[in-house]
Design a protein around this ligand. Structure first.
Ligand code: AMP
Ligand code: ZN
Length: 475
């Protein structure tokens, strides 16, 4: 049976249930929104003391997939992303310096300008990656009042204590502190007595830090406890409550947020509002480089811009990310990025050559929905695309319409693609240059080998008066 592409919008409503992995319950379970037809989605945003690296961007691509799948299922998504522009310290033990202030000092720049600059750079990356814009962007520094009110409430309810450097959350007051991460809090305490400082318990964390007179902070505010700045975790409890309420559908972030940041957000909200903040907790796993987490703080990281300068497109990186499930760590390598770039170039060309879209194949669409609704199984959904490419029974128009439907989730901008030299992967251009050189050297055998390698990557090279002409070839 074939559906007309235009009529599918409503058919999406009657499809398989959507199932998502909830870190809180450690299982895949059916997603049912708290309010019919609507989803509150909060994603922890970047700390804007530096550019985002492609690992950070992998997490935002996972969240974009989630948003698209929710919308595909017919839900209206209230998507909120914060910008951490104050309070994230260099050490998770609430010691060390505020990353923003440190970066401002090291670069001799103004902390506020720095925050603006990197926020804009981050948003530009997301636009390049064709992610759907959140409904609300919220900055920590724009919500100081809400954060202070939250801390006052925790204080009134008896969950805080004061040390010489700030107001701390007393994690012992909650019976189930650390449940999200299944923390062994007694074990942690036993192992960390020496690092406690004035904190009473190792899992206690700062809600408000006092400005240090010697430090001369650029970002600081008055508060009932003295001049200072909010702790990192309180911003997300305060801003998510403001925009999505005390209990909303889904809260996301990267896997590193499970044991500390999200654990502490839950603790604050449980103490103040009596809820565990979100019905589903979802986490994207790390992009690794040479078996280690890609991290901003090491300075050794790749930006989207770095990939683009090396001849890859933002869509190549998007495709690369789709090849791994969001709940598995993924290794970055240039070889694998190149292989995925080639695959995407082939897919674009097939889609282009299929011509005008006809009707969507309901068989393929059903299988696709089964994959995406089973905890966002993008690698399987992508494999299905290649099954469809090879399916001789399906006519080109059906393939085209079905692929365009799938692209509502993939976000690979398939409809917009046109063949042109700019799409030729760098690896192919490099081989073509080497071939030109081989011909100049009259090394015909080498030139033929290079032509074969170019063909293996899905391109044909033709020698014209103007020089070699490279065109994609459908295989
Ligand atoms: P940050 O700017 O450090 O606050 O991180 C922004 C987001 O990127 C958070 O959701 C982190 O959990 C996530 N993240 C950090 N490093 C990686 C990585 N190597 N791979 C995937 N996500 C990451
Ligand atoms: Zn957060």
């Amino acid at each position: 049976m074939l559906y007309h592409a235009a009529s599918l919008q409503n058919d999406n409503q009657v499809m398989l249930p959507l199932k998502l992995f909830d870190t809180y319950e450690r299982r895949v379970r059916e997603f049912i929104p708290l309010v019919e037809g609507e989803v509150g989605l909060y994603a922890c945003g970047p700390t804007v003391y530096n550019y985002a690296h492609i690992g950070n961007l992998r997490t935002y691509l996972f969240e974009d997939c989630l948003r698209r799948v929710l919308e595909f299922n017919g839900f209206k998504v209230n998507h909120v992303v914060n910008i951490t522009d104050v309070g994230h310290l260099t050490s998770d033990a609430d010691t060390g310096e505020d990353k923003m202030e440190l970066s401002a000092r090291e670069t001799g720049r103004d902390a506020w300008q720095l925050a603006d600059f990197y926020s804009e750079a981050f948003k530009a990356d997301l636009i390049h990656l064709n992610t759907l814009a959140p409904k609300i962007w919220c900055r920590a520094t724009d919500h100081i009042v809400e954060q202070i009110e939250f801390v006052v409430d925790l204080e009134t309810k008896g969950y805080t204590y004061r040390t010489s450097d700030g107001i701390y959350f007393n994690s012992r007051k909650l019976n189930n502190y650390g449940y999200l991460a299944r923390l062994d809090v007694d074990g942690l305490q036993a192992g960390a007595r020496v690092q406690l400082g004035e904190r009473q318990f190792v899992t206690d964390f700062a809600l408000w830090k006092f400005s240090n007179a010697k430090e001369q902070r650029q970002m600081e505010w008055d508060s009932p406890w003295g001049v200072g700045f909010p702790g990192w975790h309180i911003e997300c409890s305060a801003m998510s409550a403001k925009y999505l309420g005390d209990f909303f559908d889904i809260h996301c972030g990267g896997e590193d947020h499970i044991p500390i940041h999200h654990t502490n957000e839950i603790a604050q909200t449980e103490a103040s509002r009596g809820t565990r903040l979100a019905n589903f907790w979802m986490h994207g796993y790390f992009l690794q480089v040479k078996n280690a987490k890609m991290a901003k703080s090491t300075g050794d990281f790749l930006r989207l811009e770095t990939l683009i300068e090396a001849g890859y497109s933002a869509m190549d990186y998007r495709y690369f990310c789709l090849t791994a499930h969001y709940r598995s760590q993924m290794s970055f390598s240039w070889e694998s990025l190149t292989a995925n770039q080639t695959a995407l170039a082939r897919l674009y060309l097939h889609a282009y050559e299929w011509g005008a879209p006809g009707d969507v194949s309901s068989d393929y669409l059903d299988r696709f929905i089964a994959f995406i609704n089973e905890d966002l199984n993008m690698p399987r959904a992508l494999a299905l695309v290649w099954d469809m490419v090879r399916d001789d029974e399906l006519d080109p128009g059906t393939k085209k319409a079905t692929l365009l439907k799938f692209d509502e989730i993939f976000g690979l901008q398939i409809a917009a693609w046109q063949p042109g030299i700019s799409e030729v992967p760098q690896a192919v251009l490099d081989l073509a240059d080497a071939r030109t050189q081989a011909r100049a050297d009259k090394d015909w055998q080498r030139a033929d080998e290079l032509r074969d390698q170019i063909a293996d990557l899905g391109y044909a090279v033709e020698d014209t008066r103007e020089g070699p002409k490279i065109t994609p070839r459908a295989t």
